[in-house]
Design a protein around this ligand. Sequence first.
Ligand code: SF4
Length: 335
Amino acid sequence: MRDALLAWYDTHRRDLPWRHTHDPWAVWVSEVMLQQTRVESVIGYWQRFLARFPTPAALAAAPLDDLLALWAGLGYYARARHLHRAAQQVVERHGGEIPNDPEAFGALAGVGRYTCGAVLSIAFGRALPVVDGNVERVLCRVDRIEEDPRAPAVSRRLWAQAAALADGERPGDLNQALMELGATVCTPRAPRCLLCPIRSACGGADVAERLPLKAKRAARRTEHRVAALVRDARGVWLARRPDAGLLAGLWELPSADGLDPAALGLFVTGEARIVEHAFTHRHWTLHVYPAEGVPAGAVHVPYGALADVALCGPALKALRAFDVPGAPRRRGAGR
Ligand code: SF4
């Protein structure tokens, strides 16, 4: 399987910019961005990020707000905050050099087993495994595992299998080959088994589409919120969310829980427009009212500066719903 995967990867891999570098910082940033986010969305962000923060030291010295603004649209903001903290730890503990050591690297903020394996195998050639959603799918099918892959015993088995595969020459390429196979051939629906380089080793091709088994997901709960669009000729009022919790540290329209616009403490001047936003475990229905007054705890942001603010996704949708000038075109941040 190793040889077949590596030979296939050499000829079929997608030409992605982070595959032209072994700089551990560039690889690390790509791996963080790629978690939960599609490759096509990441490319531009990755290039802009490295142009602005070419080293851990450059990121460590920057205010978190600069990073959040650059991250706006990628979502899952905890990743950005962890990366910022981890860059500071690299400077404090390792003089700015990313440690080529699983224990030291794995002790940095936000670096779990996947990130540790991916960065150290790709950048430094260390024989460490990775198991992400793609690898999980491929291995469940190859081994015909008809159990929940998140069950601890099954997860251990998948990591052991991935470790056995990574153990040999070119572990970074082998890991990327497995992930690439899952992304492009052994896809969740309609896997292209006829084109698969490891078909002869695969025990689950005939049942591939129903593997891996999916654990039931809890239904999203719906929450109603009211929000105020307060604007004048020059700009709009925005409030910063708390530093912890959902959409932490991002900017939003002044808002409150529930359905009653009186909770906003402002003078409402028109009908609400509805903005829907889905998070992983909840769904917001935001009732956005045009309003007048000075919202408590908010700041006035000129239209021309909106593109530089780390807006959360619901705020961006609300600004667009009212055709607010200067609202960025990119996808809103945060899920
Ligand atoms: S043969 Fe099909 S199910 Fe098996 S690994 Fe290849 S693409 Fe996936």
